[in-house]
Design a protein around this ligand. Structure first.
Ligand SMILES: Nc1ncnc2c1ncn2[C@@H]1O[C@H](COP(=O)(O)OP(=O)(O)OP(=O)(O)O)[C@@H](O)[C@H]1O
Length: 239
């Protein structure tokens, strides 16, 4: 489902960040961990085709991203990936139903209202379709953002720090929702988080592979860590 080999990225004027080779087998979800600056967001952007692969091989859902030009990447991303951003980015100027339709309309396509209705019902928020996001609770807004990410039946669902700024109840609720939704939709979850609550909740599941990125020095080199984590990093294989 997900694999990289010799992958590295360098921002303009920055140091090269190398990622140890990794393979996520089909049927497993990924929990991506690492301290601030370890390169989680950069890796997510590479996986989502938002950053071009500069060096190495990166295969996502059967597609070799290093071979693709920006236009092909855009089309691939729309058809393959759903993203639940850290800040939900729902438009208060639009109703819930319109928020779900917006990505398709922005891409010049017609909105799939049947799919929107199906998702709102599956996420128990069918009665909120006419409301605006500021009229929703935190948990309801999360469900809307999740529904929006699922509109095009993605094979991969990316969630960047899904529990950030949520209290315990909402954080665990969001996580449970991601897992049940991924199971129902048959998609792979990629969750980036350094939240202990998320790590505790996902760490022992046998359908979740945990990848811990090492901290980095300012010149991009990996720093140490516990021996366990160093092994994970060195082998790219996780429990
Ligand atoms: N657009 C950019 N231009 C230059 N350097 C960048 C850019 N984005 C990130 N970096 C650098 O790349 C390194 C990795 O950043 P990245 O955002 O991927 O880490 P992260 O693990 O997601 O951190 P955090 O948990 O704080 O969000 C950092 O040293 C950061 O300063």
């Amino acid at each position: 489902m997900l694999a990289w080999d010799g992958l590295s990225h360098r921002y303009a004027g920055g140091a090269e960040m190398a990622y140890a080779d990794f393979l996520l087998p089909a049927g497993r979800h990924l929990l991506l961990r690492g301290v601030s600056g370890s390169g989680k967001s950069t890796l997510l952007a590479l996986l989502a085709g938002l950053l071009r692969v500069q060096q190495g091989l990166l295969s996502v859902a059967g597609t070799e991203l290093q071979t693709m030009n920006p236009r092909a990447l855009d089309a691939w991303r729309g058809a393959t990936l759903g993203v639940v951003p850290q800040r939900l980015h729902l438009s208060d100027a639009l109703t819930v139903a319109e928020n779900l339709a917006l990505p398709a309309l922005a891409a010049g396509q017609s909105a799939d209202t049947a799919r929107a209705a199906e998702l709102l019902a599956a996420l128990d928020i069918a009665d909120l379709a006419g409301r605006r996001p500021h009229q929703l609770s935190v948990g309801q807004a999360q469900r809307v953002a999740l529904a929006r990410a699922l509109m095009r039946r993605p094979r991969l669902l990316l969630a960047d720090e899904p529990s950030a700024s949520l209290d315990d109840e909402h954080a665990l609720h969001m996580l449970a929702l991601l897992l049940t939704t991924a199971a129902r939709e048959g998609c792979t979850l990629i969750i980036a988080s350094h939240d202990g609550r998320v790590i505790d909740a996902l760490g022992d599941r046998d359908d979740v592979t945990e990848l811990v990125l090492p901290g980095r020095t300012l010149d991009g080199r990996p720093t140490g860590g516990s021996s366990d984590r160093t092994t994970l990093w060195a082998s790219g294989v996780t429990r």
